[in-house]
Ligand binder design. Structure first.
Ligand SMILES: [Zn+2]
Ligand SMILES: [Zn+2]
Length: 132
């Protein structure tokens, strides 16, 4: 009975993390799509053009480096290719660009940690039965 309760807590944590990530992705996707509609699909720094599959390499930079500042007219956005975007942030020593694969993820959900599995093994080992 009580082991079931712990499981539910883990599930909730997983769900919470998944939901937060999904929300972030949804937001990023929506402003990216909007930015691509407003601006020509060209890197604002090096002038390379992007289309089709390559379009993935064109990313949205926030001029004030604030991800949450997304005015509908696109005035805070700039389309940059991955390289120029990387350069831009190296210059300012901040890491907006790395947000999606952020290393500061909270602690991993402990899905491999089973407090009772070990106990079961211990009990089993106490039984002197030969398995062959
Ligand atoms: Zn570029
Ligand atoms: Zn940026």
């Amino acid at each position: 009975m009580s082991s079931k309760k712990m499981r539910t807590d883990d599930d909730n944590l997983d769900k919470f993390i998944a939901e937060a990530r999904r929300e972030q992705e949804r937001r990023q996707k929506s402003y990216r799509e909007r930015a691509l509609k407003i601006y020509p699909q060209v890197c604002a720094r090096c002038g390379r053009e992007f289309s089709g599959k390559k379009l993935r390499e064109l990313t949205v930079h926030h001029k004030d480096h604030n991800h949450d500042n997304n005015p509908p007219d696109g005035s805070n956005w700039e389309l940059l290719c991955m390289y120029c975007h990387d350069n831009e942030h190296t210059r300012y020593q901040d890491a907006e660009w790395y947000d999606d694969q952020s290393p500061k993820r909270e602690q991993e959900p402990r899905s491999t940690y089973k407090p009772f599995a070990n106990l079961a093994d211990l009990l089993k080992n106490k039984k002197p039965e030969e398995k062959k």
